[in-house]
Design a protein around this ligand. Structure first.
Ligand SMILES: [Zn+2]
Ligand SMILES: [Zn+2]
Length: 229
């Protein structure tokens, strides 16, 4: 399997205690891969073969366009567009549409080189998290002190913990409980803040304090989507 280009020390990811740590990891990988694709990867024929085939999603094309140089972007597109012409366009314009080609287009539109690399790395990163967590107190404390795990990553962690390369079974119940607490406690306090926020528009509550509800819309969006509005 392909090697990662990123080495992420997990303590560095969990140290800041600012938002969801897995979002932080994903963002770090994303930045590194987007830079890599329009940089060093240009010189690697194997990666060019893959990017020609998979292409990129809108989010990652846009990031490459914003952060990369024009020429590498154009070179990537030149060979990717050619590959689409060769594989998915009819040789003759008249005639029945080729089902295989149309299926191929669907697969192409759903695939992204950067998304795939991030996902692969995330699973490996989680394996390290499980090992460190199972080792004992120190990392476990750090893990439990996270402000929250966002909804998307709660589902990702719960799923990867039970799969192959997941958490050793004797720790699984505790790990599930502690991860669920991080998400559920935050979710409940967020819901409380949103309710308070709504109540502030009732004239009968005039003069009350906004308190921590002030930015509860922004924080809800971040919790639900992994990104600040
Ligand atoms: Zn997250
Ligand atoms: Zn993508």
């Amino acid at each position: 399997m392909k090697e990662t280009i990123c080495t992420i020390p997990i303590n560095d990811i969990f140290m800041p205690k600012d938002g969801c740590p897995i979002c932080r990891m994903e963002k770090m990988l994303e930045e590194q891969y987007v830079r890599f694709v329009t940089g060093d990867a240009m010189m690697e024929p194997n990666i060019r073969i893959e990017t020609n085939k998979k292409g990129f999603c809108h989010r990652h094309f846009s990031q490459m366009f914003e952060s990369g140089q024009k020429l590498p972007n154009a070179l990537i597109l030149e060979s990717h567009l050619q590959e689409i012409i060769d594989n998915f366009m009819p040789k003759k314009l008249k005639g029945k549409p080729d089902k295989k080609q149309l299926e191929g287009i669907k697969t192409e539109l759903d695939s992204c080189y950067v998304c795939d690399r991030i996902e692969w790395d995330m699973r490996h990163f989680m394996a390290t998290v499980f090992v460190e967590w199972a080792k004992g107190e120190e990392f476990r404390k750090l893990y439990n002190k996270q402000p929250f795990i966002c909804l998307k990553h709660y589902s990702f962690i719960m799923e990867t913990a039970t799969g192959k390369g997941g958490m050793p079974s004797k720790h699984l119940a505790d790990f599930h409980a502690e991860t669920a607490a991080l998400t559920k406690n935050y979710l409940e306090s967020l819901k409380g803040d949103i309710t308070h926020f709504c109540s502030m528009f009732d004239y009968r509550n005039k003069g009350q304090e906004w308190g921590s509800s002030k930015d509860s819309i922004e924080r809800s969006i971040e919790f639900l989507t992994g990104e600040k509005p």
